[in-house]
Design a protein around this ligand. Structure first.
Ligand code: N01
Length: 562
């Protein structure tokens, strides 16, 4: 029987990982293999991260299945059979669940535990992590694997509460699905989610109204089933495929054409674009190496894509509304679509350009724009996320000297290599701001980060190091490097979530790292070769030869008195 006055026991683990998506599961697997104890916490009631939530019709990955999958286990690689070039959300979620079961990961995953607060104890060099349901952990290390696109956002429109129909967000889709048959549906937002969903909703709904703010370039997916022959072919050369991916800027295995788009003749340029258009998918942005660097080169590709859009849309007025002209191709993340533009040829689909005809309010029966009222039964917000930093800043994270991450990042994210943050010792981020992250095959970047971090933690354990902290000067130089590299590109010309334009209150700074997977990998290797250059590694002081468990017990006592 427990004595009432005794403090409740707080579990100690070597590492708390926040997030049970692709990154969190991979971290759990690898850290366990290295002999660490781990607790993975996730706010959802099951694993999967974004692939748990994004169940909207048509949701699928726009990186090829063979590449958007774990590389850490050759057995897993060989035994899993992807059915399509671009896997659907249900198939990806099945894969994630298969991985969790196959590697026995579930026992260390705690769902329905939204991290509310994580605080660093400067004396004990430990993190204490608290969740909304009263969960409480103490750990030496804290790894934030919260994803880049997890915190949703929807427009704050007057009258939203008055709407008598149903409102959904693409990334909080109900498990039971949504019945569109016989309904008048409005979709707000034409990013990757809207672009994937719109063709399917159009087929099912009685009428679909699309509310578009920015016309988007989109690349055709040319999705197809994976034949047995193709499956065998890829599996026979999987190691080489993975190795090649690591050696490319995108981590997707596409090596850009070596010559500038401007050195090619108009005929050669056209031929290269035509060849890449139906086959390259997202890799089309790399058809030439300078498409995202030179405005003149980009003008050619932007015009090529506009021409392709024009070929697909019959009505000249609708066609013109769909023409992306206000940003260079690729500087906002281009969707990869299946029949998006053709959908606007349907009789039951209407396009509203809300830049010219802005939304005034939501009413009981639909959406009121300057041009009139649109009667709707269902409204879908495919309006995206508080991207890249939203989920990192949502919990209260308190570092050294009681400084919060929100305070530290008031002018934008500041990290060393995207991995560590000065003032937040023993805390690391997976595929977060200032790493290749969303500008790469994010799964490859996740695995790269996890392996690198696991090696760092093993190094720390082997050398009696109990505190690891990014140094201020190394961080300052990295932030500057990230900024300089971005300024050499066309990215700052667009209003995009890369630039922090997704949320009005965000500082306008470029958030991911454009240096590419290959260059970034070399940087990580150099940092290790130079003895973890840029990280202060603090050894246990003599006389404090405590084991992790002892340290945890001490911290737990201290914690009770805070
Ligand atoms: O979100 P988005 P998403 N009023 O931010 C509009 C990944 N992803 O969920 O362009 C009206 O791209 C906004 O307009 P504008 C992928 O990385 C991957 O579609 O800001 N409209 C835009 O049209 C992707 O990039 C897959 O002017 C408003 C849209 O909503 C990322 O997730 C599939 C608005 C938001 O587009 C995000 O995609 C799906 C407002 N107040 C997503 N606010 C894969 O295949 C925003 N919009 C892997």
């Amino acid at each position: 029987m427990s004595v009432e006055t005794e403090p409740a026991e707080v579990p100690y683990v070597d590492v708390v990982v926040v997030g049970a998506g692709f990154a969190g599961l991979r971290a759990l697997y690898t850290l366990r293999e290295c002999g660490f104890t781990v607790a993975v916490l996730d706010e959802s009631d099951d694993i999967g991260g974004v692939w748990y939530w994004n169940r909207y019709p048509g949701a699928r990955c726009d990186v090829e299945s063979f590449d958007y999958s774990y590389a850490f286990s050759e057995e897993l690689e060989q035994e899993w059979r992807w059915s399509e070039r671009y896997a659907t959300q249900p198939e990806i979620l099945r894969y994630i669940n298969h991985v969790a079961d196959r590697f026995g990961l579930r026992s260390d995953i705690h769902c329905s535990q939204q991290v509310r607060r994580a605080a660093y104890d400067d004396e004990a060099h430990l993190w204490t992590v608290q969740t909304d349901t009263g969960g409480h952990w103490i750990s030496r290390f804290l790894i934030l694997a919260v994803g880049q696109l997890s915190t949703t956002k929807a427009p704050d429109l007057p009258g939203t509460d008055d709407f008598t129909g149903a409102i959904y967000h693409s990334a909080r889709w109900p498990q039971e699905g949504v019945e569109f048959a016989g309904k008048r549906v409005g979709v707000v937002g034409t990013g990757s989610s809207g672009t994937q969903m719109i063709p399917i909703v159009a087929q099912q709904a009685e009428h679909l109204t699309v509310f578009q703010r920015t016309p988007n370039y989109s690349i055709p997916a040319n999705n197809a089933p994976i034949t047995d022959e193709r499956d065998e072919q890829v599996k026979a050369g999987y190691r080489e495929r993975r190795r090649k991916a690591l050696d490319t800027p995108s981590g997707l295995g596409f090596t850009p054409n070596k010559t500038s788009a401007l050195e090619a003749t108009p005929e050669e340029r056209e031929q290269t674009f035509e060849q890449a258009w139906p086959t390259a998918g997202f890799g089309f942005v790399l058809a030439f190496p300078d498409l995202l660097i030179s405005q003149e080169a980009n003008d050619h590709v932007s015009e090529f894509v506009r021409k392709k859009i024009a070929e697909k849309v019959r009505d000249p007025v609708v066609r013109e509304k769909l023409m992306p002209r206000d940003h260079p191709f690729g500087t906002k993340r281009p969707p990869v679509d299946s029949g998006y533009f053709e959908t606007f040829n349907r009789d039951n689909v209407e396009l509203v350009d809300i830049r010219k005809d802005p939304i005034d309010a939501i009413t009981a029966t639909g959406i009121l724009t300057a041009g009139g009222h649109h009667d709707l039964d269902i409204i879908v917000f495919a309006t995206g996320f508080d991207a890249m930093t939203g989920s990192l800043l949502r919990p209260e994270i308190i570092g050294s000297g009681e400084r919060t991450l929100v305070e530290k990042w008031a002018d934008g994210p500041q990290t060393y290599l995207g991995l560590g943050v000065h003032g937040f010792p023993n805390m690391f981020i997976i595929a977060g701001p200032q790493s290749p992250s969303l500008l790469s095959n994010v799964l490859l970047s996740i695995e790269q980060h996890v392996d690198w971090l696991a090696a760092l933690l093993v190094h720390a354990r082997d050398h009696g190091i109990e505190e690891i902290e990014a140094e201020a000067e190394a961080e300052r130089r990295w932030v500057e490097h990230v900024r300089e590299r971005a300024e050499q590109t066309l990215y700052p010309k667009a209003r995009s979530y890369y630039m922090g334009d997704d949320v009005a209150s965000k500082p306008r700074v470029f958030t991911p790292y454009v240096g590419g997977v290959r260059g970034y990998r070399r940087t990580l290797e150099r940092v290790v070769a130079d003895g973890y250059d840029g990280f202060a590694l603090k050894e246990r002081t003599s006389g404090s030869e405590t084991s992790s468990a002892d340290a945890a017990a001490l911290a737990a006592q201290g914690l009770q008195t805070r």
